[in-house]
Write a protein that binds this ligand. Sequence first.
Ligand code: NI
Length: 161
Amino acid sequence: MAILQIIKEGDETLRKTSREVTEITPRIITLLDDMAETMREANGVGLAAVQVGVLRRIVVIECEPGKLIELINPVIVSQKGEQEELEGCLSIPGKNGITKRPQHVTVEALDRYGKKRRLSGSGLLAKAFCHEIDHLDGILYIDKAIKMLTDEELKELYEED
Ligand code: NI
């Protein structure tokens, strides 16, 4: 496995639309493994392939340590409720903002074996599904944030917890 370089805001690749995966090749499997390793090394909870410069509809998420979720060609099939929570992105270091996202999200995607799967998540996982799938369409959370936080505001928020 390898640690890949995460591209940062300002790189126009992040604004491009990723293409569907039509065949799960050994290269795709290696990419999934490398993405998971890269995400963990960066202490992230999600990573989209576009963030490592690969314009394919592939996402990894790990909201709970050891519970890795791999999504190929993910689509949100239902959502409900609402949450306003803090959000950040490995491609936008040093920034955080508050976004409005659904509280419950169900996605359909292929797993690494090409099997269609349906997954549901609430709270942080629902937010991660939305955030990472947005990446596949060139959308960043800062486009949707209802408020960006200064370092000071962020510190205050953590002190409240
Ligand atoms: Ni992100």
